[in-house]
Ligand binder design. Structure first.
Ligand code: PHE
Length: 376
């Protein structure tokens, strides 16, 4: 047989509970509290605005003075005892909490350090930095110019007039005519920077101009955007011996081969006279290209004495000033030095490629530490 539910209303009858029972009940609730939050509930239930002790103190007003004094003293002593118990329990729980966190959050200092993920330096940036460092020690500074050039700086001033066949060889990207009807180009080489520098500065000039260049060409060894570094020296009495000495020094430092053979072959550029192409020693061993004194040659750079017409186009008197200039592809020498087989991978932004071929900021080779010296 189902018994009906009986709802019992549990109501604390303060008048019924003796002070001693109240005391034991509250102290028990304090002793039972396992967290600071539960302990606080016990505190509020006893000493809060509507707490048992507080309520009990309110009843004192109904008593006559003698009874009030004894009852008051008794309640206050229980209250003091509860307060002391609360403080002791609170300290105990806080310590236990600290012990627990110390155990749980302990750091094992013997574990290997987890280095924060760091980016890698692209071989192109690395190579530019090396070139700048080497020419820096030879007294050169870096000059830069715009990627969008006009016909004068990219061609005409360099002794490449409008009908010159060299213009066809440059596979130029032309921009639409601008507001004044002028057709600009994406610079096809870094040589316009030497024009801008000669026009704006007085000799002596010793600059290198690393930067982006653009030609309408794309295959395993050509990219429509690539990098060149141009060099220019203008002063009185500059001759081809200076040019040769400077480039031999550079290539031996760059490839870190002290006896690297460097050969100058007569060539032609509209903006230099005489002109030369430079080869360095190499060998192909089992399909791998090695740079050094091995008997074979690899073409690597174009150079020459600045053409008198170019000097005159920039307002310099060729009777007073002479100079030399050179230009080379940065990708090409980066690929040779670091064994990168395909030019196009340089621009694919594949982080795995960069992990492999890139450089860490702190172990970048430089002239002081050498190729491996700066590693941490
Ligand atoms: N500007 C030439 C090129 O892009 C390279 C060069 C620079 C040759 C300076 C000689 C002197 O092919």
């Amino acid at each position: 047989m189902l018994r009906p539910f009986i709802f019992v209303r549990l109501e604390k009858n303060l008048a019924m509970e003796s002070l001693e029972d109240l005391r034991s009940r509250v102290l028990a609730s304090i002793a039972a509290a396992e967290t600071l939050a539960v302990l606080d509930q016990a505190r509020v239930a006893a000493l809060g605005r509507k707490g048992d002790i507080t309520e009990r103190l309110k009843t004192l007003g109904q008593l006559d003075p003698d009874a009030r004094r004894t009852a008051g003293a008794a309640i206050n002593s229980v209250r003091d005892e509860i307060q002391a118990a609360l403080e002791a329990a609170s300290l105990h729980l806080a310590n236990a909490e600290l012990d627990r966190r110390l155990a749980e959050e302990r750091i094992d200092v013997t574990l290997p350090v987890a280095w924060p993920a760091a980016g890698r330096i692209h071989p192109i940036s690395q190579t530019v930095d090396e070139i700048v460092a080497i020419f820096g020690t030879l007294g050169f500074r870096v000059a830069e110019g715009p990627h969008i050039e006009d016909d004068f700086h990219n061609f005409t001033a360099l002794n490449i007039p409008p009908d010159h066949p060299a213009r066809q060889e440059h596979d130029t990207f032309y921009l639409p005519d601008d507001a004044e009807g002028v057709r600009k180009v994406l610079r096809t080489h870094t040589s316009p920077v030497q024009i801008r520098t000669m026009i704006n500065e007085k000799p002596p000039i010793r600059i290198i101009c690393p930067g982006r260049t653009f030609r309408f060409d794309s295959d395993a060894t050509h990219s429509p955007m690539f990098h060149q570094v141009e060099g220019l020296v203008i002063d009185r009495g500059v001759n081809m011996g200076h040019l040769k000495g400077c480039l031999v020094e550079f290539f031996r430092a760059f490839f870190d081969v002290d006896d690297l053979p460097v050969r100058f072959r007569p060539s032609y550029f509209p903006f230099t006279e005489p002109s030369a192409e430079v080869d360095i020693g190499c060998a192909r061993v089992n399909g791998e290209l090695k740079i050094g004194n091995y008997g074979s040659w690899l073409e690597i750079l174009g150079c020459g004495m600045v053409h008198p017409k170019v000097l005159a186009n920039c307002g310099l008197d060729p009777a007073e000033y002479q100079g030399f200039a050179f230009g080379m592809g940065i990708e090409r020498i980066a690929m040779l030095k670091y064994g990168i087989p395909d030019l196009r991978t340089m621009y694919e932004s594949d982080v795995r490629w960069l992990e492999h071929y890139g450089f860490a900021a702190l172990d970048r080779p430089n002239l002081v530490t050498g190729l491996t010296g700066g590693a941490v």
